[in-house]
Design a binder for this molecule. Structure first.
Ligand SMILES: *Cc1c(COP(=O)(O)O)cnc(C)c1O
Length: 232
């Protein structure tokens, strides 16, 4: 199926069923259409099908593409981020999901300070403890939250993870569960300026399981736009 509107409708159905199965309210789950490597026209097509939130992973690509998108979409940045590139996102994205270190949070704070704004962020946790993945180690999360919370131009809204890939979503479930439990632990600390309302987890292959485990933001690319040509 290659029709973007149809794909989006089917994903909403599947999210609805996962909510029903787990006793959740579907209104708690938002769909982020991951549009990396996809052209502006496909983003606009998805927007006309009712999709508002879009996720991008590559700063350079985002810089080039964002001015070409004429529909009023909301951009989320979900990819690995170097501090020296934060300036290109300033004022353009509503949320950054991939904050995994204090130095990056400080640069985001500095850049949004320049426009007297505040940006919502999520802290990315390396739940699979994979050496190759970014994300804060689970055991360091509390320290990271405590050090980022006082920064005034950003607001911590929750956690994000990108667990080890598996073709079987049940293999990924424990990682989603772990992220939810970490979020509950942090929430219990009742730290000023820290909200744990959002759990950004689940992609095309496993978003239903993520929803069953409490996801509030699912990041779906391939199931909406079709396969991506690998970026080199
Ligand atoms: C590419 C990407 C996704 C979407 O992956 P699909 O399998 O295409 O749905 C989600 N999250 C992040 C961080 C990504 O980079």
């Amino acid at each position: 199926m290659n029709d973007i509107a149809t794909n989006i409708a089917q994903i909403h159905d599947r999210i609805g069923r996962a909510c029903q199965k787990s006793g959740r309210n579907p209104e708690e789950v938002k769909l982020i259409a991951v549009s990396k490597i996809k052209p502006a026209e496909q983003i606009e097509e998805a927007f006309h099908a009712g999709q508002i939130l879009f996720g991008e992973s590559y700063v350079q690509e985002f810089r080039d593409k964002e001015p070409l998108v004429e529909t009023p979409v909301e951009w989320h940045f979900i990819g690995g981020l170097q501090s020296n590139k934060v300036k290109y996102l300033r004022g353009k994205v509503v949320m950054i999901h991939s904050v995994d270190r204090l130095s990056l949070a400080e640069e985001i704070d500095r850049q949004w300070g320049k426009i007297d704004g505040a940006i919502e962020i999520l802290l990315q946790v390396n739940v699979g403890d994979e050496a190759s993945k970014s994300g804060c180690p689970p055991e360091d999360l509390e320290n990271l939250v405590r050090s980022v919370a006082p920064l005034t131009n950003l607001r911590i809204k929750g956690l994000m993870c990108l667990p080890p890939h598996s073709d079987d979503p049940e293999q990924v479930r424990p990682f989603f569960k772990q992220l939810r439990e970490l979020s509950e632990q942090i929430d219990r600390l009742q730290l000023p300026g820290v909200e744990m309302h959002e759990l950004s987890m689940g992609m095309s292959g496993d978003f239903e399981v993520a929803v069953e485990e409490g996801a509030t933001l699912v990041r779906v690319g391939t199931a909406i736009f079709g396969a991506r040509i690998k970026k080199v």
